[in-house]
Design a protein around this ligand. Structure first.
Ligand SMILES: Cc1ncc(COP(=O)(O)O)c(C=O)c1O
Ligand SMILES: N[C@H](C=O)CCC(=O)O
Length: 424
């Protein structure tokens, strides 16, 4: 069956035909492709069309699709049991590895998604500080937990959804939303509400309004203000963890948050999230402390072995420098193509994640990201798809590279992007 026919069936039985809104291609038009298989840097739809994949499952696949050693570990584990409901050997290995790699983490709790990680981290911060308010930033996305949907990025931004439908007003009122990269706004908020703020949660490099690079002074101010007022600093490293470096954004910027949320790469393509931090904070979690958080499938052995193998591969090859170089070649090439055609754009890139914004102004926060020409992005997306290039189906998301992408993929991709842009 063809993509469109299958998606019609999908629409009949799943809201919007999808399991997560961003997959519906609504912001770019046309019918979504339906995926059959993937390997390395390539992905194929049910019609047999091959694409070079820069979506990379929204970030987890830093080793590319179906990396042999990850697949082997998962297959081997599957023969030994899919879930135990009790502590397993692999959880112990992965917790040790996470504590060893991520500078701020002494203890870690595994959950099944990034959303669970941020939701639980907020609960923990509120319990630790005995305060109610949380601070988040306009255009940052931290999963779909009630308190964090306010002014969210990702699909909330893509579809222009307020993010508060179904969220009790009393809950939404406890979230203070500030502009990303505004040190002044942070200082003013702390002057006004400082004694009631439990935590600040931030994407240390924003990925969900498209990639936005943090001003170092802004990150420093978050650290200083939270410390000064006794609030906790939560780094949501669900995207940046193990993507910017083995120790994540906190290692790159040399700033230790109080709590770190992880996901995506941590599970190497299997469902996995985690939150961790200092001993004194983490010991508030049940059964050591009074903050309840649990999960039937938490610490699932398949996710654990996929995560362990992924981190081992990253440790072995330390691919960050070459990933960044390859990303630079791609972004410089795209920049050249767009410049030649006179198409206004900005490209924000950090390590192996980047976004091409169709705007003639710098993108430093959600307000400036929103100035992008989303109609142009839609045409660009579809022209690329026709050429066999898959990118995130929204202006407000990040493209990713993996270690499976080779120079040859970049050369082919640039040729195809050139053709696509000529047809716009
Ligand atoms: C920075 C960030 N935090 C949290 C989440 C939520 O993770 P998940 O989709 O696994 O619930 C995402 C992505 O969805 C994310 O990009
Ligand atoms: N931007 C989101 C995560 O980073 C996209 C994943 C999703 O919502 O399905």
């Amino acid at each position: 069956m063809r993509n469109a026919e299958l998606f019609e069936i999908a629409r009949r039985y799943m809201p919007g035909g999808v399991s997560s809104p961003v997959r519906a291609f609504k912001a770019v038009g046309g019918s979504p492709i339906v995926i059959e298989r993937a390997k390395g840097s390539r992905i194929w739809d049910v019609e047999g069309n091959e694409y070079i994949d820069f979506l990379c499952s929204w970030g987890p696949l830093i080793l590319g699709h179906a990396h042999p050693s990850v697949v082997e570990a998962v297959c081997e584990q599957a023969t030994k049991g899919l879930s135990y409901g009790l502590t397993n050997l692999h959880e112990i290995t992965l917790s040790q590895k996470v504590a060893q790699l991520v500078p701020s983490i002494e203890k870690v709790r595994f959950v099944s998604s990034g959303t669970e990680a941020t939701m639980s981290a907020i609960r923990l911060a509120r319990a630790y500080t005995k305060r109610k308010y949380i601070v988040k930033f306009d255009g940052c996305y931290h999963g779909h937990y009630d308190s964090l949907l306010v002014s969210g990025g990702s699909g909330v931004a893509t579809f222009g959804i307020p993010g508060t439908e179904g969220v009790p007003e009393k809950m939404a009122e406890l979230t203070i939303v500030l502009p990303y990269n505004s040190t002044q706004a942070v200082k003013e908020a702390f002057e006004k509400y400082g004694q009631d703020i439990a935590c600040v949660i931030v994407e240390p490099v924003a990925g969900n309004m498209g990639v936005v690079i943090p001003d170092y002074e802004f990150l420093k101010a978050l650290s200083e203000e939270t410390r000064k007022y006794g609030a906790l600093l939560i780094y949501d490293e669900v995207i940046t963890g193990f993507r910017l470096s083995l120790g994540g954004a906190q290692e790159v910027f040399g700033i230790k948050p109080d709590i770190t949320c992880l996901g995506k790469i941590l599970g190497g393509g299997m469902p996995l999230g985690a939150y961790g931090g200092r001993q004194d904070i983490m010991s508030m979690i049940a059964p050591e402390g009074p903050v309840y958080q649990a999960g039937t499938l938490s610490g699932n052995p398949l996710s654990m072995v996929a995560g362990i193998k992924t981190l081992e591969e990253l440790e072995k090859s330390n691919p960050y420098h070459s990933l960044e170089n390859l990303t630079r070649k791609l972004t410089e090439g795209i920049g050249e193509i767009l410049r030649e055609k006179g198409i206004p754009h900005r490209i924000n890139a950090v390590a192996s994640m980047f976004t091409v914004f169709f705007t003639d102004g710098d993108v430093t926060d959600f307000q400036t990201a929103k100035k992008s020409d989303t109609q142009m992005f839609g045409r660009f997306f579809r022209a690329l798809l026709d050429q066999g290039i898959l990118i995130p189906p929204s202006q407000f998301e990040a493209w990713f590279l993996s270690t499976a992408h080779a120079q040859e993929d970049i050369d082919i991709a640039l040729e195809k992007i050139n053709k696509a842009v000529s047809s716009l």
